[in-house]
Ligand binder design. Structure first.
Ligand code: HEM
Length: 231
């Protein structure tokens, strides 16, 4: 191995853990919070939800995608690339998981962070397939329609349960992750700072869960005006 490579390897080895952790907070975590918030527009009906959550306008002729042409690239850079990097990082951390010396609360959080990561992996795969990949093959907007999502939420109990659990897992994983990231990056060094960060993490979890479940409730409520899905 050349001297140049030997010198850069430690830097690269240190960069990946930091990148995998920081990208999960921003832009990924920030985008997740925004995404949950936008879905609250379900309470205002199809036109409002479509405009805010999926950049689609409902016209007399049908649905038109109104997003700017850079929208897809932006989502790839802000969401999918950080998600892939974080998932690769997370899977390595999962493989390295071992029994730890934390007390009950700390240990429960350690285990739940890993369980929620596995749940998220399954949830995100299903969510991205149903909300983006499958509609892209069938509809001109490339997004799942309000009617499709709301009627499944209302009349198809497995959809409702998966979204409730998916939002629970995502919001716990993100809020608890904010605490662990602050700890790892030295922002919560003293016991006092740790207590404060813990309180912030719990408040963030409850807030995000309220917004996310509020959006699911909005879609469930709106689903009553649609017939049960045929698929
Ligand atoms: C919306 C998607 C996701 C968001 C917003 C997110 C966010 C976070 C955050 C903020 C952390 C804390 C980072 C740190 O401790 O430095 C974290 C930790 C973690 N994430 Fe994710 N994550 C997501 C998806 C995933 C996925 C799909 C996996 C892969 C299975 C995963 C695996 C992990 C693991 C194992 C940890 C714990 C690392 C440790 O404490 O050692 N995450 N996540």
């Amino acid at each position: 191995m050349s001297a140049a490579v030997a010198q850069t390897s430690p830097t690269r080895a240190a960069l990946f853990p930091r990148l995998g952790s920081l990208l999960a907070i921003a832009p990924l975590g920030v985008w997740v919070a925004w995404h949950l918030w936008e879905n609250l527009y379900a309470w205002r009906g199809d036109a409002a939800w479509s405009a805010r959550a999926v950049d689609t306008m409902v016209t007399a002729e049908g649905r038109v995608y109104t997003g700017n042409p850079f929208g897809a690239t932006l989502v790839s850079v802000v969401v999918f690339a950080p998600l892939l990097i974080h998932t690769a990082w997370g899977l390595r951390r999962l493989a390295a998981s071992k029994p730890n010396g934390y007390r009950f609360f700390g240990n429960a959080k350690y285990v739940l962070q890993r369980l929620s990561a596995l749940g998220l992996l399954a949830f995100l795969a299903a969510h991205v397939y149903l909300a983006r990949i499958s509609p892209a093959l069938r509809s001109p907007t490339g997004h799942e329609s309000f009617e499709d999502l709301a009627s499944h939420m209302r009349h198809h109990p497995p959809t409702l349960v998966v979204y409730l659990l998916g939002v629970l897992g995502t919001t716990f994983h993100l809020a608890n992750g904010v605490y662990t990231a602050a700890f790892i990056h030295g922002l919560a060094a003293s016991p006092r700072a740790q207590r404060r960060m813990q309180a912030l993490s719990v408040a963030l979890f409850l807030l995000l869960l309220g917004v996310g479940w509020g959006a699911v409730a909005g879609l469930f409520e709106a689903g009553s005006q649609f017939l049960p899905p045929t698929d």
